[in-house]
Design a protein around this ligand. Structure first.
Ligand code: PGA
Length: 275
């Protein structure tokens, strides 16, 4: 098992900040944290509840978990997963749905029981969209909350599909439940490439797990890779918590001790020297 190469590990505003040597090392660092939780659950025969993310960033993390399952026999039989978000409306069977993404990158390649993998259903009728999200929150609560939440950051600072909402206070935003949201123009523009470059084909809405559940996770691992994230990473880590940059809420004093940011050098390139 390859150990990731770490360039810098510091405490910053109460959270842990790791700059890995490369994007691959950043993915390995995140994968090792997840593997630790999965292995511990398997050893003790207890449930591990993981909040999972989609997008480009987690792909190498899932590839490493799949490799570890294959080569080192780590088992997901005690794991329960809850995905962060899903486009709305979209069929779970749509090749571009996050359900399909998760099936392709992880679920179909490990021994996770199919009934333990939860993704918000982008095909519920509009009148039930918020209710379906409320059920998701209740399932997560009934499972005892999340042992780990894996996060990526959007170029506008979103976590899940919790887009910036500058009109809300930090306290109000942090308490938001899972719900149907309208996607930000930045988010839709960034997603257009996946939809054949056609902005009109990108769903206008999404279902997202809310900050209340995300910020309550017992461990939160945020991974950001590449120079396109450098500016927003610097804002999220150096500005005081603001609903203009939802990821900045990871600095909240009651949250930060449970948070690890994992960056590659490009994503860290606009951070002031934090040592
Ligand atoms: P990405 O998306 O991993 O595709 O960059 C991250 C996000 O928008 O949360």
């Amino acid at each position: 098992m390859l150990e990731p190469s770490i360039r810098q590990e510091t405490r910053h505003r109460g959270l842990t900040l790791i700059v890995a040597a490369t994007a691959h090392d950043a993915a390995l660092t995140a994968a090792r944290i997840i593997q630790g939780i999965v292995n511990e659950a398997d050893r003790r025969h207890v449930k591990a509840t993981l909040g999972l993310a989609t997008g480009k960033t987690p792909q190498a993390i899932y590839a490493e978990l799949v490799r570890a399952h294959r080569d080192e026999r780590i088992s997901f039989r005690h794991v329960v997963t809850y995905n962060l978000d899903e486009y709305y409306p979209i069929s779970p069977r749509d090749p571009l749905s996050y359900r399909t993404y998760m099936h392709r990158h992880l679920f179909a390649q490990v021994d996770l029981p199919p009934e333990s993998a939860h993704v918000l259903d982008g095909s519920v009728p509009p009148a039930f969209a918020d209710e379906a999200c409320q059920f998701f929150d209740r399932w997560i609560d009934a499972d005892g909350g999340l042992d780990l939440q894996l996060l990526g950051i959007g170029r506008n600072g979103h976590i899940g599909f919790n887009e910036p909402e500058p009109h809300r206070s930090v306290a109000e935003f942090a308490a938001l439940p899972s719900r149907k949201v309208t996607l930000d123009v930045v988010t839709r523009a960034d997603a257009a490439a996946d939809f054949g470059g056609n902005l009109d084909a990108v769903p206008k809405y999404a279902l997202t797990v809310g900050p209340r559940v995300i910020l309550a996770a017992r461990r939160i691992v945020m991974v950001a890779l590449g120079s396109s994230k450098a500016r927003i990473v610097a804002r999220a880590l150096t500005e005081d918590p603001t609903t203009e940059v939802p990821a900045s809420l990871l600095q909240l004093p009651e949250v930060a001790p449970r948070v690890t940011w994992i960056l590659d050098p490009d994503a860290a390139s606009l951070l002031p020297d934090l040592t």
